[in-house]
Ligand binder design. Structure first.
Ligand SMILES: Cc1cc2nc3c(=O)[nH]c(=O)nc-3n(C[C@H](O)[C@H](O)[C@H](O)COP(=O)(O)OP(=O)(O)OC[C@H]3O[C@@H](n4cnc5c(N)ncnc54)[C@H](O)[C@@H]3O)c2cc1C
Length: 445
């Protein structure tokens, strides 16, 4: 009988294992043949690497920076020099976070953003349902907020692209309370959208996937790969965990999975009805992350940063993802929300052409001729089924969200979707893993 079985070797499960392994008998069950879950480092044909999952760290993510340093990894800033591009009708250059738009649109956008931020600041991210307006904000969507607080179509479009970039979802899918909570949990919407000073500030040499692999390796044979958990049964004498290969016994279990994956496990006794209902109402957003590799970062020669936003093609947000110290240039684009669901259904070649069309629309015809290309459709990944994280629609937080972190008998719940700070981010995964480890330590005495 093990002290604890942890399910999932993403950053959350790995963090729980790191904290418990020194003085407990711990095993981590991972369905895949690799660690990292929603982080994944890809190697191009020429040996250069790029992250096709989570990749950035930014101010306020102290747990993540601590882990990076502890594992001997080094960060470097994302390229953030030169002019950014916005396509709102015509293609225009701008600097800073807010695109160059007409004065009425800018005023409109700024007013809506300030109002959103002011509302988010009022929330306690540990208990967003306790705010006096929580019920009201949870009954409406971000689309309702935009209808009420923006007057121009362009401002609404720009806000919608920002929401897509942060949530991989459309404004009408998101409870306003959830969007406010998410912004508060990640410091602010501005921080979540920003490069320097924000959530897109820093990359990691060796990739975020490389960091997860190193953390897993540091745990030795604690992590067991290819063990997809199918059933969990529990009673007075402990927990039985049945995987695709065998059965395991433990005194405690930590579920370090997105809710959509936890629902794939058969529980005996059955899940409490409210937990089952909550997890069924926590689907993930949709995102395809696309990276084209060029002989050099040619856009820099025209004074461009590689950051572009807007348009009506598949990719509406781009970054210069060039690895520091490498000569090849990398353009990164996201396909998000409804577009991701649409482009998930076409062939790899058709999608690649659509992505390169969008890159060419921003950076010119040279963008049509990369030396290599890679993308990752997270909606069709069987062990993730969407990203970056769960999204909550209207009514979920205030009716079912309040017991999100409560253990179910001997089963403790981690994963970024249970975080107070950094919900949806690696920072949140680490916080949740540490919290679940503390719960288990207290329970085992
Ligand atoms: C494209 C993309 C971009 C992102 N960008 C960023 C970013 O720049 N910065 C940032 O901080 N965050 C980013 N994120 C989010 C971040 O990657 C996640 O929040 C974080 O990695 C979640 O960690 P986790 O451990 O909670 O869950 P996961 O990483 O999902 O780990 C869960 C693990 O459980 C395993 N599993 C699932 N079902 C079973 C089962 N039945 N049995 C056993 N194992 C199972 C999975 O294989 C997986 O390894 C991004 C995510 C994506 C996909």
């Amino acid at each position: 009988m093990h002290d604890v079985v942890i399910i999932g070797a993403g950053f959350s499960g790995l963090e729980a294992a790191r904290r418990l392994a020194p003085d407990h008998d711990v095993v981590v069950m991972e369905a895949r043949e690799r660690a990292g879950g929603r982080v994944l480092t890809h190697t191009f044909a020429n040996g250069d690497e790029t992250d096709l999952g989570g990749q950035w760290a930014g101010p306020g993510q102290d747990r993540l920076y601590g882990l990076i340093a502890e594992m001997g990894f080094i960060t470097y800033p994302l390229w953030d020099e030169g002019d950014h591009l916005v396509r709102a009708g015509r293609l225009k250059r701008y600097r800073g976070t807010i695109p160059s738009l007409s004065i009425p649109v800018l005023l409109d956008l700024n007013r809506a953003l300030s109002r959103f931020e002011a509302m988010a600041r009022q929330l306690d991210p540990a208990e967003p349902w306790t705010h006096p307006q929580a019920q009201m904000w949870d009954r409406i969507t971000v689309a309702d907020f935009l209808k009420r607080h923006t007057f121009t179509k362009r401002a609404r479009e720009m806000f919608t692209i920002g929401i897509g970039a942060v949530f991989c979802a459309e404004p009408h899918e998101l409870s306003l309370l959830h969007a406010l909570f998410y912004a508060r949990s990640g410091r602010s919407l501005d921080a979540l959208l920003s490069v320097s000073g924000g959530a897109q500030q820093d990359r990691v040499h060796g990739g975020m996937g490389g960091l997860a692999t190193a953390v897993a390796a540091s745990l030795g044979d604690v992590v067991r790969y290819g063990e997809a958990v199918q059933a969990i049964g529990w009673g007075k004498d402990g927990v039985t965990i049945t995987t695709s290969r065998q059965s395991w016994r433990a005194r405690r279990v930590i579920l370090a999975l997105p809710p959509s994956q936890a629902l794939g496990i058969r529980f005996d006794p059955a899940l409490p009805p409210n937990r089952d209902a909550l997890w069924r109402r926590m689907p993930a957003g949709a995102c395809i992350k696309c990276v084209a590799q060029y002989a050099r970062p040619f856009w820099r020669e025209s004074g461009l940063s590689g950051q572009a936003v807007g348009g009506d093609l598949a990719v509406r947000v781009t970054f210069d993802n060039t690895e520091q110290g490498r000569s090849a240039g990398l353009l990164l684009g996201f396909i998000e929300g409804e577009e991701a669901r649409r482009w998930s259904q076409v062939s790899a070649e058709t999608r690649r052409d659509a992505v390169l069309d969008a890159f060419a629309g921003f950076f010119g015809d040279e963008a049509r001729s990369p030396i290599d290309y890679a993308d990752k459709d997270w909606t069709s990944d069987a062990w993730t089924r969407g990203c970056y994280a769960s999204i909550l629609g209207p009514g979920v937080w205030t009716t079912l969200g309040q017991n999100m972190r409560d253990p179910i008998g001997p089963i403790h719940v981690a994963g970024t979707e249970t975080a107070v700070q950094g919900f949806g981010y690696i920072e949140g995964a680490l916080e949740a893993g540490a919290r679940a480890a503390d719960e288990v330590r207290a329970a085992l005495g």
